[in-house]
Write a protein that binds this ligand. Structure first.
Ligand code: 1HN
Length: 354
């Protein structure tokens, strides 16, 4: 059934509107349709593509213009234009930034309430120490810095290191729960979670001493994820979506509480049609190249945005639209890192597939 038109603010006498305002009151009906649009949300999130080729020189220039001491974190934020120029968000809950660390630099230790992960894009020799664990940063690695854990970055290599930061900052900030605490350089403790949890289905079982941490696995090496994707693709020719989720190996749940992280392999020449799902998503090419089509061009008369994603490119898509990912190569697989709002939607009971 069609929605009946509702009364507008302009339909009300000015003195009545002024009297309501003076009492901190507003009428609902002029805003009701915008708050609850018919059949699906009207997201501010706009399908957007950030080419690494465009980001990289600007990030390198930031390295010349701004010493690390003046930046703490030298980052160019991937700002979704749907939230206005200069926004600090890619979607309602997702923040994205490209961070540069130059040889010899150190980004000091702090902790904060938003959860973060890093996806390493370029370079060798940097590390992130999280909760005392020194995690080497190699291309394609996923490193978690969950809420409240101390973290700092250092670089002992001889060429720039660049990574993609993904945080739930827009949500945590909206909740008025975002803050940070600075700390001293961490003492590195022995042990590496990517080694303790190096094989799925096998978890360390301490009998004495420290039991497992809330976030037991902090580094997910790309070499492991890539090998697992190739094995899955080979073993399961029937699978359309060759996809892995980064999980907490102790609980089997998502690696972090708010955002979800996945690694997806597109077979050579594969075209993967994905259903409309409620969470917004981010697509970052680790290896190869792919085309991302957002929506099916139906409704609103608009043509569906289509992005040719080269290696290291990043794109975001609003929720509630079907997506199509196509491998740009007929001869080689493509590997894509996906970040989305699915744990958040699932926990809040808002998750939908259409
Ligand atoms: C942060 O702590 C890092 O530790 C990077 O590298 C980006 C963006 C907003 C707030 C905190 C980091 C960040 C951030």
């Amino acid at each position: 059934m069609e929605d009946a038109p509702l009364g507008r603010l302009e339909d009300l006498p000015a003195d009545y509107v002024a009297q309501m305002r003076a009492q901190n009151l507003v009428p609902l009906w002029p805003s009701l349709r915008a708050l609850l649009p018919p059949t699906k949300p009207q997201p501010a999130t706009r399908a957007t593509h950030w080419a690494y080729e465009a980001i990289r020189p600007l990030l390198m220039r930031a390295g010349e213009l701004t010493p690390i001491e003046k930046a703490e974190r030298r980052v160019l934020v991937l700002a979704n234009p749907g939230f206005g120029g200069g926004s600090m968000q890619a979607s309602a809950a997702i923040y994205l930034g490209m961070q540069l660390l130059l040889p010899g630099e150190w980004a000091p230790s702090h902790r904060h309430t938003p959860n973060a992960v890093r996806m390493v894009v370029e370079g060798e020799g940097a590390w992130t120490t999280v909760d005392g664990e020194q995690c080497p940063m190699q291309r394609g690695d996923l490193i978690l810095t969950p809420t409240g854990l101390w973290h700092e970055h250092g670089h002992e290599g001889d060429a720039p290191v660049i990574w993609l930061d993904v945080l739930d900052l827009p949500l945590v900030h909206y909740l008025e729960a975002s803050y940070h605490v600075n700390g001293a350089r961490q003492t590195v403790v022995p042990g590496r979670s990517d080694r303790a949890y190096s094989r799925a289905g096998l978890v360390p079982t301490p009998v004495f001493g420290r039991s497992s941490r809330a976030y037991p696995m902090l580094r997910y090496p790309w070499a492991h994820a890539r090998a697992a994707l190739l094995a899955l693709a080979e073993d399961r020719p029937d699978l359309d979506a060759v996809q892995l989720t980064y999980t907490n190996p102790e609980t089997g749940g998502h690696a972090e509480n708010i955002l979800g992280f996945h690694a997806l392999m597109l077979r050579p020449g594969q075209v993967l049609a994905l259903p409309a799902r409620s969470p917004a998503s981010v697509w970052h090419v680790i290896e190869g190249a792919a085309t991302l089509t957002v929506g099916d061009g139906e409704g609103e008369g608009a043509e569906a945005p289509r992005f040719a994603l080269a290696e290291a490119d990043t794109a975001c898509a609003p929720g509630y639209l079907p997506l199509t990912l196509a491998n740009a190569s007929a001869g080689a697989p493509a590997f894509v890192f996906v970040a989305d709002e699915s744990p958040l939607h699932q926990k809040l009971g808002l998750y939908e597939t259409r």
